[in-house]
Design a protein around this ligand. Structure first.
Ligand SMILES: [Zn+2]
Length: 246
């Protein structure tokens, strides 16, 4: 391929733009805020699952409490009925004795139920405070995430602007270069880790850092200025300049 030496040098400007674009993309991918956000999401998922468990426990306790309160009511109303029956006239002595026995037994049962109820209400308070604690933790994580997301969006905006400028630079440069040269450069760049064109400086390819010697050096020295050269080692387009040391 043939290209004017000045055109070949502009390929290095295009490479500089592409390298800058790659650095911007790298920065976008490796933003510390992205790790913070991922960490927040992971922690929030953990807390949310704990919260589901805690809320289930709390709902179960509330149901237990309602059932126990209903049991207490039943026992109380039964005892009240017994007492009313005992107070009525003409109740046989044998029945009175049996009722007295039942009332005493109901009182014991009520006492036990009330103790259990008290214990359950304490457990429920603990469960309630755990739910509140988990909700608080969830909010804190959400706040942390929001701060990171805002910071991320700000940097993304900066990166968007920088990329837009670089793309405009690229378009401008590409417009001044022969399309077959750009096509070759793009192809090499894609297969060579983002570097398609490298300067030959002091007989060294700046793409692979290898110094030209022997027949390769002779060939490069003998090549016409407008000949587009490739590094024999890394296959990148080798651009000569007054610093090439030939
Ligand atoms: Zn090379």
């Amino acid at each position: 391929m043939i290209a004017d030496p000045f055109v070949q040098l502009r390929l290095l400007d295009l490479q500089a733009v592409d390298t800058a674009l790659a650095q911007l993309a790298h920065r976008r991918r490796n933003l510390p805020e992205l790790a913070v956000i991922a960490d927040c999401d992971q922690r929030a998922a953990g807390v949310r699952s704990q919260l589901v468990d805690a809320e289930t426990t709390l709902a179960d306790l509330a149901a237990d409490q309602r059932r126990m309160e209903a049991d207490v009511d039943t026992v109380r109303s039964r005892a009240r009925k017994d007492q009313q029956r005992m107070a009525a006239s003409g109740v046989p002595a044998k029945e009175i004795s049996s009722l007295e026995h039942e009332v005493a037994s109901l009182a014991r049962r009520q006492g036990t139920l009330e103790d259990e109820l008290l214990e359950l209400m304490e457990t429920r308070e603990t469960a309630e405070s755990e739910v509140a604690d988990l909700k608080g933790r969830l909010e804190a994580v959400a706040g942390e995430r929001a701060i990171a997301a805002t910071a991320r969006d700000e940097v993304f905006e900066e990166l968007d602007d920088a990329e837009k400028k670089r793309h405009a630079d690229r378009d401008r440069l590409v417009g001044t270069l022969p399309s077959d040269l750009v096509a070759l450069y793009d192809r090499v760049r894609e297969s060579s880790g983002g570097v398609g064109a490298a300067m030959l400086r002091q007989r060294r390819c700046e793409g692979c850092r290898l110094e030209l010697a022997g027949s390769e050096l002779s060939e490069v020295r003998a090549a016409k200025p407008d000949q587009v050269l490739r590094c024999e080692n890394c296959r990148r387009i080798l651009v000569r300049s007054h610093e090439s040391g030939l």
